[in-house]
Write a protein that binds this ligand. Structure first.
Ligand SMILES: Nc1nc2c(ncn2[C@@H]2O[C@H](COP(=O)(O)OP(=O)(O)OP(=O)(O)O)[C@@H](O)[C@H]2O)c(=O)[nH]1
Length: 604
C-alpha cells in the first residue's frame, strides 16, 4: 500500500485479490512509517465517530484506503465515503421544503416583487465597483489526492467504479452549443441556485440554526437527529445535536466549533440554496474567506442573549469583521438572524436595540438599507425559521420567517457570456471512466462538454469530458452553477485546489505584482501580508501606498500617504513573495497580517 512500494511490476487484479485489508501486518516491508500507521488508526476512529458503524458499504478497509488516498484528511474522506454509500446531503436534497409560500407577509411579498438585483450606485466598498472577473489561485499547501500508483489507491479507484453508469459516460457533442442562448431560453423555467454564507461571532448559533433549517426543511430525517442527540448526550454536549448536521468532523464535534466551511443544500418551491456555514472562531477566518468568495448573500447570526451581542460586536468580535469581509468581497445582501431570542423571552426591546446598532454599522460597512433585513428567531426551538413562531410567542412581529426572507433574496445576475473563470475547490480521482474530476462554482462565463481548458497558473490542457450540476449530468453550465467537471488528457498533479479554470484560448495570466483598491480594516504601511483569494493563500508585501480615495465618489484625496488609516479606501501596490498568483483585474482579495484581517478589496 505504501507509496514507496515498487508498483511497476504489479498487476491490478492480483493486487486487489491479494489484498487482505491489513495494511499494518508487514508495514515495514511495505514502507509505511509508524507515523502513517498511527494516522490511519486515528483517522479510522475519527471517521467512525462521525459516520457510525451501521453503513454496510463502508468497511474499515474502505475507510483506511480512503484516508490514505486523501492524505488522512478526515473531512474529505468522510465526504467521499458517504458519496460512495449514496448518502451525501446533496444527494438527499431532492426533497422540496413544504414552506407555506402562500402566506408571506405583505412586506415579504413586496420585497419579493422588488427583488434585490442590479448594481448599487452608491456602494462605498470597492468590490462592488468593479464587475469581478476571474479569480485567483492558490495556494500554499493544499494537497491533491495521492497519485494512483499503489494498491490502496487502486482499491480506491475500484470503489469509484460503483458510480451509476449514466454519470460516467458523458458524450462529447459534435456541434458547439450556443450556451448563452440556451441559458437565456431556460432561465425563467429553472430554479435559481443561490449560495448563502452563514456568518457571525463564535457560538452565535450558526450551525444550530442551519441544522434546524435543514431538519425542518426535511433534508435531515428524524432518525438522524435522534442519533445525533444520543451521541451528543454521551459526550455531554446534548445542545449541539442540531449543529452536528453541519459540523461533521470529529474534531469539530469534540471542540464544539466549526473549523472548515460546511456545505449543505436544500430546495424550496421557489429556489435552491447551498448553505456555506462559516466558522466563527477567529483562527479559522481564512476558511470563512474561502466561503465568502462563493456567496450570493449572507445570513449574519447574532446571539441576542445578555452580553453576547455586545461581545460579538466589540472590536475583537467577529460580527463586525465578518460583515465587513463579506461586503468587501462583493456580497450585497445580508439577512440578520437575531437568534437565541428564546433566552430573552422574545423581548421586542432587545430586538430593536440590536437592530438599531447593527443597522448603523451595516450602513457604514457599505450595505444599502434596502438590502438589509432583521428576523427574530431561535435556531434551538425552531421558532420563525421554517415554521412561523408558536402562536402568541412574538405578538409584536408580523414579518417573514427566515426561509421566506431567503426566498426573496435573489442572487445578483452573473456574467455568463464572459470568459470562463472557476476556482477549483476539490480535485479527485473519479474512477476508470472519469479519471480526473474537479469541482467548484463557475464565477464567470460558461463551459460545455468538449471544451479545452487550463487551470491557471498551470498551462497543461485538458478536455471537459462530462459536466454535472448539482449531481445531474448536463452538456453545459454557466456562472453561478456549482459543478463537477470530468476531465481527460491531464494528470491530477497539474490541478490544485485554488487554481482557476479558464478556456485554453482565453487564459488568465498569473501575476507577481499588482495594484488593488482596498478598504482598510487596520492601519496599513508597507508591510508583510498574507494574500487570500478563496482557498488561495500566499505571502506577499504591500510595497507602495499609492493614494487614499474618497468613499463617496472614488476621487483621490491624498497621493502617496505615509500610512492608511482603518476605515479608509485606498489604492496600494502588492508584490507576491513566491510564484505568480492566478489573479487578474476584478479578483477579490483579502489581506491578513498577524492573524488579523487588515484589508479587503479588488484588483484594480
Ligand atoms: N437557547 C438557545 N441556545 C442556542 C440557540 N442556538 C444555538 N444555541 C446554543 O449555542 C451553542 C453554540 O451553538 P453553535 O450552533 O455550535 O454555534 P456556532 O455559531 O455554529 O459556533 P461556531 O461554529 O463554533 O462559531 C450551543 O450550545 C447551542 O445549543 C438558540 O436559538 N437558543
Amino acid at each position: 500500500m505504501s507509496r514507496h512500494k515498487n508498483v511497476r511490476t504489479m498487476n491490478l487484479a492480483d493486487e486487489l485479490d491479494d489484498y487482505d485489508g491489513d495494511y499494518y501486518e508487514d508495514g515495514e516491508s511495505e514502507g509505511i512509517s509508524p507515523e502513517d500507521k498511527a494516522k490511519i488508526a486515528d483517522g479510522l476512529r475519527r471517521v467512525r465517530e462521525v459516520i457510525g458503524d451501521d453503513i454496510p458499504l463502508i468497511t474499515d478497509d474502505k475507510i483506511e484506503e480512503t484516508l490514505w488516498y486523501y492524505y488522512f484528511d478526515i473531512e474529505r474522506s468522510i465526504t467521499y465515503l458517504l458519496n460512495q454509500a449514496g448518502m451525501t446531503a446533496t444527494k438527499k436534497q431532492k426533497k422540496t421544503v413544504a414552506v407555506d409560500s402562500k402566506a408571506p407577509s405583505q412586506k415579504a411579498a413586496a420585497k419579493a416583487q422588488q427583488g434585490f438585483e442590479g448594481p448599487s450606485p452608491d456602494d462605498v466598498v470597492i468590490a462592488a465597483q468593479s464587475q469581478s472577473k476571474g479569480l485567483g489561485k492558490g495556494q500554499k499547501a493544499e494537497k491533491a489526492p495521492r497519485a494512483a500508483t499503489t494498491s490502496i489507491q487502486k482499491g480506491v479507484e475500484n470503489l469509484k467504479l460503483t458510480e451509476p453508469p449514466e454519470k460516467t459516460a458523458p458524450k462529447i457533442p459534435k456541434k458547439k452549443i450556443d450556451v448563452v442562448a440556451e441559458y437565456e431560453k431556460l432561465k425563467s423555467k429553472r430554479k435559481e441556485n443561490a449560495n448563502l454564507i452563514v456568518i457571525g461571532h463564535v457560538d452565535a448559533g450558526k450551525s444550530t440554526l442551519m441544522g434546524r433549517l435543514l431538519y425542518d426543511a426535511g433534508v435531515v430525517d428524524e432518525r438522524t437527529i435522534q442519533k445525533y442527540k444520543q451521541e451528543a448526550e454521551k459526550i455531554g454536549k446534548s445542545s449541539f445535536a442540531l449543529a452536528w448536521v453541519l459540523d461533521q468532523t470529529g474534531e469539530e464535534r469534540a471542540r464544539g466549533v466549526t473549523i472548515d466551511i460546511a456545505v449543505n443544500a436544500f430546495e424550496t418551491e421557489k429556489g435552491r440554496f447551498t448553505i456555506l456555514d462559516a466558522p466563527g472562531h477567529r483562527d479559522f477566518i481564512p476558511n470563512m474567506i474561502a466561503g465568502a468568495a462563493q456567496a450570493d448573500f449572507a445570513v449574519l447570526v447574532i446571539d441576542s442573549s445578555p452580553g453576547e451581542f455586545e461581545a460579538g460586536f466589540n472590536i475583537r468580535g467577529q460580527t463586525k469583521e465578518h460583515a465587513l469581509l463579506v461586503r468587501s468581497i462583493g456580497v450585497q445582501r445580508i439577512i440578520v438572524a437575531v437568534n437565541k431570542l428564546d433566552l430573552m423571552k422574545w423581548s421586542q426591546d432587545r430586538f430593536d436595540e440590536i437592530k438599531q446598532q447593527l443597522s448603523q454599522f451595516l450602513a457604514t460597512a457599505g450595505f444599502q438599507s434596502k438590502n438589509v433585513s432583521f428576523i427574530p428567531c431561535s435556531g434551538l426551538t425552531g421558532d420563525n425559521i421554517v415554521r412561523g413562531p408558536e402562536a402568541g410567542l412574538i405578538p409584536w412581529y408580523t414579518g417573514p420567517t427566515l426561509i421566506q426572507e431567503l426566498e426573496t433574496a435573489k442572487p445578483v445576475a452573473k456574467a455568463v457570456e464572459k470568459p470562463l473563470r472557476m476556482t477549483i475547490t476539490d480535485v479527485y480521482r473519479g474512477g476508470v471512466t472519469n479519471p480526473v474530476t474537479i469541482s467548484g462554482r463557475i464565477e464567470i462565463g460558461n463551459v460545455q462538454v468538449g471544451d479545452i481548458i487550463v487551470a491557471a497558473p498551470g498551462e497543461e490542457r485538458a478536455q471537459v469530458k462530462g459536466i454535472e450540476v448539482d449531481n445531474e449530468a448536463t452538456d453545459w453550465a454557466v456562472a453561478g452553477n456549482n459543478v463537477q467537471l470530468h476531465l481527460t488528457g491531464i494528470d491530477m498533479d497539474h490541478l490544485k485546489i485554488g487554481d482557476v479554470v479558464c478556456h485554453a484560448d482565453n487564459p488568465l495570466v498569473p501575476l507577481k505584482e499588482f495594484e488593488a483598491k482596498i478598504l482598510a480594516f487596520e492601519s496599513l504601511t508597507p508591510m508583510v501580508i498574507d494574500i487570500h483569494r478563496g482557498r488561495l493563500n500566499a505571502s506577499g508585501r504591500i510595497t507602495k501606498l499609492i493614494a487614499t480615495l474618497d468613499k463617496g465618489n472614488g476621487t483621490v484625496t491624498k497621493k502617496k500617504p505615509r500610512h492608511i488609516a482603518p476605515g479608509s479606501l485606498a489604492v496600494i501596490s502588492i508584490s507576491v513573495t513566491g510564484v505568480p498568483l492566478p489573479l487578474e483585474k476584478g479578483s477579490k482579495i483579502v489581506l491578513r497580517a498577524d492573524g488579523l484581517t487588515v484589508a479587503a478589496g479588488v484588483l484594480a
